[in-house]
Structures are given as structure tokens and as C-alpha cells.
Write a protein of this length. Structure first.
Length: 238
């Protein structure tokens, strides 16, 4: 578990910013195809100006205002599904529909509740990203959503604590980490690896700053001893 008491000053992380509009792509409506933003842009509690979402069940909202995906993961996916045909896109940002990307930040070293100063704004890690079936269509890989979930290469989401102007010239600087902080990868493993493990579920319920819906799902699993159907999210069918 990360050492919250470490005296080492957190490293600033240079970011790329992406926004998208809902359009018809890959057989469904989505804003997954995003473009680079090279200018200053306003970040509200709902997300970046001019960025939109098609499926508000799994995207957007106060707990999911921003999505970050590790830049390093793209080389992993490229190797996993190489060779790619000329017609298929090569794996590169912002291919997972992320709003920001950076080098050096992964699920293994980013924790729930971590707060970052970003330009005028302050953002806080709220939860892992839940992979969905649209990633399968985006990459023409039948189960990349499942693999992403299984490998905990999901990326993560932020809530916005303080809105403000941000730009690619503003580094992400971590300004807060909770005591005994839980990494994004640890949350993924607790939630997905043994979904009915009572100790894991109890731990999820107690994680500070984790989006409330995760605790609600964990409580429902404990009460019913059943796991919610993931197939609709992962494959768009039962």
C-alpha cells in the first residue's frame, strides 16, 4: 500500500487534454472519439467545457467528471493485439475516451482520494473507470472490456473539488493523499476478482472518498449474496 507519510515531494505530471462530441461511430452513439485541446479550457464540476457523454448511466456526473487513462497502457494493448491490420487503428491516446493522459500515473500508484492541483482547479480521484462494450467496438476486439477489467487496466475517474481554468501547460500536482490510502488497482481487485468475498466487500464499504455507488453495490452483494449482471455493461447483452 502506498506510504502516505513519505517525505518525497510528489512529482508534477504533464498532461494532454481531450474532449469529444456525441456522434455515431462504430455502430453506436458515443463521444469516445476525442480531439486534443491546445488552449485553456474551463473545468466545471460536470467536466470539461464542450465535452459530452452519450450514456449517462456509466459516464459523466459529479463523481465521474473526468476520465484519465495511463499513457503507458497503450503499448501493452498494441503488443497484445499485434499485428493490427491497416484498417484498424493503432493503440494510442485518447483511444479509451479519456479526458486527460499522463506518463507516470497508473492504477498502481494513484489512490482513491488523491487530490491534484491542476491550473486553477482541484480534482480528486473518485473511482476506477468501469470498462464497457463500446471499447470492444472501438478497437474491434470482442472482449477488450473484459480484459481491461480483469487486468485492472481501467483508468480512473475524478470529481471536481474546485472548478477553474486548466490547460496542457498546467501540470497535475498531488496536494493530498489519505492515510492508509487504497490504490485504484486495489479497488479493482477487491471489486472484480472475488466479487462475493465478504472481507473484500466490507473493505470496499469503508474506503474513504470512494464514489458512494461502489459501497452501495458492495452492500447489495452482502445482502443478496449475488453479483450484479456485468454482461450488459461489458457486452451490451445478457
Amino acid at each position: 500500500m502506498p506510504d502516505a507519510s513519505s517525505p518525497v515531494t510528489p512529482q508534477p505530471h504533464k498532461v494532454k487534454i481531450y474532449i469529444g462530441q456525441v456522434t455515431q461511430h462504430y455502430g453506436f452513439e458515443s463521444a469516445i472519439n476525442k480531439k486534443v485541446v491546445n488552449h485553456s479550457i474551463y473545468l466545471s464540476v460536470h467536466g470539461l467545457a464542450e465535452d459530452t457523454t452519450a450514456d449517462k448511466k456509466y459516464h459523466g456526473g459529479l463523481e465521474r467528471a473526468l476520465h484519465q487513462y495511463p499513457t503507458e497502457h497503450y503499448s501493452f494493448w498494441q503488443q497484445a493485439f499485434s499485428p493490427r491490420s491497416d484498417e484498424q487503428a493503432q493503440f494510442e491516446a485518447p483511444g479509451m475516451g479519456e479526458n486527460i493522459s499522463a506518463v507516470g500515473m497508473t492504477e498502481e500508484n494513484v489512490c482513491i482520494g488523491d487530490q491534484y492541483q491542476w491550473g486553477e482547479a482541484i480534482i480528486e480521484v473518485s473511482q476506477p473507470r468501469l470498462p464497457c462494450f463500446k471499447l470492444n467496438g472501438r478497437w474491434d476486439v470482442a472482449d477488450i472490456s473484459v480484459q481491461m477489467q480483469t487486468l485492472s487496466r481501467c483508468g480512473w475517474l475524478y470529481r471536481v473539488i474546485t472548478p477553474g481554468m486548466v490547460s496542457e501547460n498546467d501540470a497535475l500536482i498531488r496536494i493530498k493523499r489519505l492515510d492508509s490510502a487504497t490504490t485504484v488497482k486495489q479497488v479493482c481487485e477487491l471489486f472484480f476478482s472475488e466479487p462475493l468475498n465478504k472481507a473484500n466487500l466490507a473493505r470496499l464499504i469503508e474506503i474513504p472518498a470512494l464514489s458512494p455507488i461502489w459501497a452501495e453495490v458492495a452492500k447489495a452483494r452482502l445482502e443478496t449474496n449475488t453479483v450484479e449482471n456485468w454482461n450488459f455493461r461489458l457486452f451490451d447483452h445478457a
